[in-house]
Design a protein. Sequence first.
Length: 536
Amino acid sequence: MAAEDLPSEFDVVILGTGLAESVAAAAFSRVGQRVLHVDRRSYYAANWASFTFNGLLNWIQQYHCGPDELQDWSSLLEDGEEVIYLSNPDTASIKNLQAPPAQGEEPEADQSQAELAKKRISYAQLVKEGRRFNIDLVSKLMYSRGSLVDLLIKSNVSRYAEFKNVTRILTYRQGKVEQVPCSRADVFASRQLSVVEKRKLMRFLTSCMEETEEQMAYHGRPYSEFLRDQQLGDNLEHFILHSIAMVTEHTLTEEGLASTRNFLQCLGRYGNTPFLFPVYGLGEIPQCFCRMCAVFGGIYCLRHSVSCLLVDKDTNRCKAVIDSRGQRISCSHFVVEEGYVGPERKRVATPPRFISRAVLITDSSVLSSNSDQQVSLVTIPPIAAGCAAVRMVELSSSTMTCMPGTCESTHTHTLTHTPQNCPSVLWCLYFNITDGSGLETEGHDLPSNVYMCSGPDGGLSHENAIKQAEAIFSKILPDEDFCPPAPNPEDIIYDGDATASAEGEDKEGEDKEGEKENQDKLEEAVLTEETVQAEE
């Protein structure tokens, strides 16, 4: 859309298409707000994006390009206004990006015949089959009873996506990868636990569901100490601490128990693990909410940005924005991805925190099984005191994120042992990304009607982004429902319809029925064994 075609006034202008911004855009548009949603990038989802292999190579090249040149728009100021310039987001949020150079098909001189036989897929093949990949910049999963899944069901946005179960939980212990039994069926089917250990584990997990006086006595003390005093044994303590609660040895007991309960409460809703993963990658989720926004009248412009804010000096409110083509656009509220705001105006944790990320394309799973379509969560405990744990999500071609014969793994550290049966790394990428949890919610040097959204945090879930979007919506429209259910196309009543008089009757019952129907659709999408093939 050309700049001159844009309307000159909106209720809400949103810059950045990350998850929080996209959810907020859908919520505003759904209740009738006029929304303009723009992003300087050529793709949706910002730092939550998923790329084809070739798209990821282009993203790497763009990272190495310098920031855009700052233009002077002061001539567009009106009396009583001042200007706040915005910045280039990617230069601040991505650091230390390292990718291997393009590799040819010629073998290295010191490679053995066994290594050559194992490494069947070349770099040229990865490029040729690049459209079969959907590689995530973030490493997250969806808790089956988490706020994101609940919102997808409530809003009917789940109709735009398809989901797969995470099929197994793995952990790295004593030099090998093991499967963690977490559901009742897994526990009793496990061959790595003795009968006594199975009973202890089931008894402990059952006791965790309700708070007891014994648990309260350990409040303020480490969760690892509480587990030791339960006399579970090293094996079960490792599984519970690192793969079920997914906390550290220094985490307090009340936090560890809360994490354990959350894990257990999510079991069984859609499968034997608590987690779901969207087909085609996590970048699909922000796009689904953007689609909802567009359906209800939101206007979208990629490769289009906001250069600066025009602020009323007397009221300290943003009156308008100047886009990257010099058009003045009035707005009542402005929502912005944090990367566009200069560090001098943000209140962040000191020192700023970063998440170390690795993307590995391998030729096989870290733990072979009868199926080559596993979707796994792997936890690797800290290798030494003071070191961080590593969390890895391993995806197969069933999620439409990699080509057959490969696995896509996203984590922060690689294992050092190399036995013959270990997977070979075909391609890798390393970078650091700003930890969005370090952004404070208040205290920024910004106009009163400007709201900032952080990028991805280091957690496994999407709770932080959903809470941000809901908090911003509540500040702007406190009396409106956040993301009410969207009607099915066949239920939409147009002006002049003879049945219009019946609109609104039994609305509450219809909404609940719609949520139930949508939940059933989500469950059907999760449990299906066939996935929609990507269009060539």
